[in-house]
Design a protein around this ligand. Structure first.
Ligand code: AMP
Ligand code: MG
Length: 326
């Protein structure tokens, strides 16, 4: 049996998980939030420094293991916010040196896909919808490839910046979902899909103007932003499924916690006779369990980093990663 320690710190969440082979024994996290305003990188990194020790202790206690029992240390190497990644990487390196255990660097986006395996997905299209990332990813020709993505900002960043205009605090997604449930009045918004890519920049400006004009209720705007953007996302995911001839969809990323997006994904899959796999919410948001799981799979085929190779990769692309564990 292999005991893996997974460490996540790409953005707002600092997380530590313990896995015994592919089984998750704990998935502890502490996330940076604000009452108003957004996420400032340096402050978020400070948050991670403050909580890292506590999160590790809690993870070890919950999983009933000691530091000396750990066999592998897997950390998210990228992509993400440099300030935040650096904390997780330093933490992982220190543990690796202290315990004399191998270090594995994991691509965060691929980890969102791999956790779908635990739900039973074998060869899915991943619709990955988080703060900074919006991508449609699938395994094809020996790599995880990006078939579609946002041409500008990520869906979560759009929701959070829209929420900030409305004074909802960070993260705004859950508040938007609550307010949207109180409306059924659709306000037309720019719908921008280009092939398998989406664009949210025009929508962001348009919504800003609508908020400033004060002609529409918060509830109607929240309802309309969800209906518009989620339809765009499901459209590109469906096109990728048709193009790649894949019969499975996995959702990943914090925005996938949204019940309306889940509903749309299930309807689309049902209509085309495909399976829809939606991990539980604590595996959709940034979490260390998916990092541990992917690190474990990678280590089994010989993936390992020396300290000098363990530099963070804030701009790493999904298709930069050599995939030899499938
Ligand atoms: P991640 O970076 O994957 O942890 O995702 C964070 C993003 O998910 C933030 O932009 C949140 O606003 C968004 N989010 C979290 N919960 C929800 C929700 N219920 N509906 C929409 N967006 C959400
Ligand atoms: Mg993420």
């Amino acid at each position: 049996m292999t005991i893996t320690l997974g460490i996540e710190s790409t953005a707002h969440t600092f997380g530590v998980a313990v896995l015994k082979d592919m089984k998750i024994f704990c998935n502890i996290k502490d996330s940076y939030t604000t009452k108003s305003g957004g996420m400032i990188p340096a402050k978020t990194a400070e948050h991670h420094v403050e909580v890292c020790d506590k999160v590790l202790k809690q993870a070890l206690e919950t999983a009933k293991v000691e530091l000396k029992d750990i066999d592998i240390i897997a950390f998210s190497q990228g992509p993400g916010i440099g300030h935040c990644l650096r904390i997780g990487a330093t933490f992982a390196r220190s543990l690796s040196l202290l315990l004399k255990k191998p270090l594995v660097g994991v691509n965060h986006c691929i980890a969102h896909l791999e956790i779908g395996r635990l739900e039973g997905a074998k060869d899915p299209i991943l619709l990955y919808v988080s703060g900074a990332n919006t991508q449609v990813i699938a395994y094809d020709g020996g790599k995880y490839r990006i078939f579609g993505e946002t041409l500008d900002i990520g869906i979560g960043n759009l929701l959070d910046s829209f929420g900030r205009e409305l004074g909802l605090g960070f993260p705004a997604g859950p508040q938007i979902e609550k307010l949207a449930k109180k409306s059924k009045r659709y306000i037309e918004l720019p719908y921008v899909v280009k092939g398998m890519d989406v664009s949210f920049g025009g929508l962001q400006t348009n919504l800003k103007q609508k908020i400033q004009s004060k002609k529409n209720s918060k509830e109607d705007l929240c309802y309309s932003i969800q209906e518009t953007t989620f339809a765009m996302l499901i459209e590109v995911a469906e096109r990728a499924m048709a193009h790649c001839e894949k019969k499975e969809l996995v959702l990943g990323g914090g925005v996938a916690c949204n019940s309306r997006l889940k509903e749309m994904a299930r309807i689309m899959c049902k209509e085309r006779g495909a399976k829809c796999f939606i991990p539980e919410n604590h595996y959709l948001v940034d979490n260390a369990a998916m990092i541990g799981l992917t690190g474990y799979l990678m280590f089994n085929v010989g993936s390992q980093l020396s300290i000098s190779e363990s530099q963070i990769l804030p701009y790493e692309r999904t298709d930069d990663v050599v995939v030899n564990w499938r």
